[in-house]
Design a protein around this ligand. Structure first.
Ligand SMILES: [Zn+2]
Length: 98
């Protein structure tokens, strides 16, 4: 039997809640169109490729994958869904009024 709980507050979702919300968060590298300059064309591409490969060898597979793409999936109860959509990035609010 499937048993869903809210991934944020651990409340049971099938018996205690009328609705369950699914949240998918996709984090991926953003690439802007490259601008190629004259200096770029003068680079030693073989040396640059070797430098990049050395950098990659120092990192683990997981770290390399996570640096490019990561997806998270969560189930939320109604209360947590409301709080999530109000502030999905959990930004801290600063009150500058004195
Ligand atoms: Zn919850």
């Amino acid at each position: 039997m499937l048993h869903f709980t809210c991934d944020r507050c651990d409340r049971g979702l099938l018996l205690e809640e009328d609705v369950r919300y699914e949240v998918t968060i996709e984090v991926k590298s953003g690439y802007d169109p490259m601008e190629i300059t004259r200096e770029d064309l003068k680079k030693d591409f073989s040396a640059e490729m070797s430098r990049l490969l050395r950098q990659m060898k120092k990192k683990g597979t997981r770290e390399l994958e996570d640096s490019v793409y990561k997806v998270f999936r969560f189930d939320l109860c109604l209360k947590c869904q409301k709080e999530f959509i109000e502030n999905p990035l959990s930004k801290l609010t600063v009150n500058n009024e004195q």
